[in-house]
Ligand binder design. Structure first.
Ligand code: NAP
Length: 289
């Protein structure tokens, strides 16, 4: 078997097209959807992600404003900015680009964002709704993008065994909650760095998601014949064939393609879906305002 490519780029393009009439309807009522992005420090990967998010906004006619703060910005200054954006009736979404410098309390700062403007879906109010099984609000973008991509490809989740590798607040845990929620109805196992016999647990999966950050961790013999495999990992690996000296690799070894039926590529899989869901959340937040 050679896996079919699960084309996140194509799915994201469809999701974004479906937003156009909603954005036009908002504008006809005098509302211009507006995303505020806060970036602290000089992390190169964060800068690339923020540019991609702002480009997504431009593509769709969503206004975006970037607030770049130095790594040593005072806590008070950052809090004042968040409070100002919370109070601004012309701002509908607020995103604090992760990771913040390690000395900052990222979770505490995220809690300061007004839940109705929390387009990242990381506020305890929005994560709490997800724990209650309510999937109709602002959901974290990468997990909701993965679910949307699986639905788009016609993957049957009800009754399926899903294994999620990784238990982060950003991907693994919210994705596991969503997959298990009523309406999606998968049976979910979460595995992580302390899990024993991880390969045999993964071999049980009808849907296997790798959200780890270890290039090529998932090998072909971890994957059942015909399984659907979602590669969330974004890893820079040395590559002498590239002018820049590196290329992007996922968490899934290319050999997995021999066993999987569908496999999301890196790049071009989960990444574009994350942006498309951020755009969706921003439009949703503007509609609810
Ligand atoms: P994270 O917070 O570092 O979490 C990584 C998870 O992987 C942790 O739960 C960790 O276990 C687990 N892990 C580490 N080594 C492992 C191993 N050898 N075996 C099994 N589990 C292991 O990372 P994250 O934020 O979830 O991101 C994961 C990856 O996805 C990264 O490459 C990131 O760049 C990428 N990502 C991509 C997008 C996108 O839009 N494409 C969005 C978000 C993230 P412990 O909890 O035990 O430490």
């Amino acid at each position: 078997m050679v896996a079919e490519r699960l084309d996140g780029k194509a799915c994201a393009a469809e999701v974004e097209s479906s937003l156009v009439p909603r954005i036009m309807a908002l504008k006809s009522k005098g509302v211009e959807p507006h995303l505020a992005v806060i970036i602290v420090g000089e992390d190169p990967a964060s800068k690339v992600y923020v540019t991609a998010k702002q480009t997504g906004c431009e593509r769709l006619g969503i206004k975006s404003t970037k607030y770049s703060l130095p790594a040593d910005v005072g806590k008070e200054e950052l809090i004042t900015l968040i409070q100002t954006l919370n109070a601004d009736i012309n701002v509908h979404g607020i995103l604090i680009q992760s990771p913040l410098p390690s000395v900052m309390d990222e979770i505490g700062l995220t809690e300061l964002v007004e839940p109705n403007k929390d387009v990242d879906g990381f506020h305890p109010h929005n994560l709490g709704r997800l724990v209650q099984g309510r999937t109709d609000g602002l959901l974290p973008c990468t997990p909701s993008g993965i679910i949307r991509m699986l639905e788009w490809a016609g993957v049957k989740l009800a009754g399926a065994r899903a294994v999620v590798i990784g238990r982060s607040r950003i991907v693994g845990i919210p994705l596991s909650l969503m997959l298990a929620a009523r309406g999606y109805d998968a049976t979910v196992s979460i595995v992580h760095s302390k899990t024993e016999d991880i390969d045999s647990i993964c071999r049980d999966a009808d849907v296997l998601v790798a959200a780890v950050g270890r290039p090529g961790l998932v090998k072909a013999d971890w994957v059942k014949q015909g399984a659907v495999v979602i590669d969330v990992g974004v890893n820079r690996v040395l590559d002498s064939n590239k002018e820049k000296g590196w290329s992007l690799a996922g968490d899934v070894d290319p050999g997995v393609s021999e066993n999987a039926s569908l496999l999301s590529p890196v790049p071009g899989g989960v990444g574009p879906m994350t942006i498309a869901m951020l755009m969706t959340n921003t439009v949703f937040a503007a509609e609810q305002y």
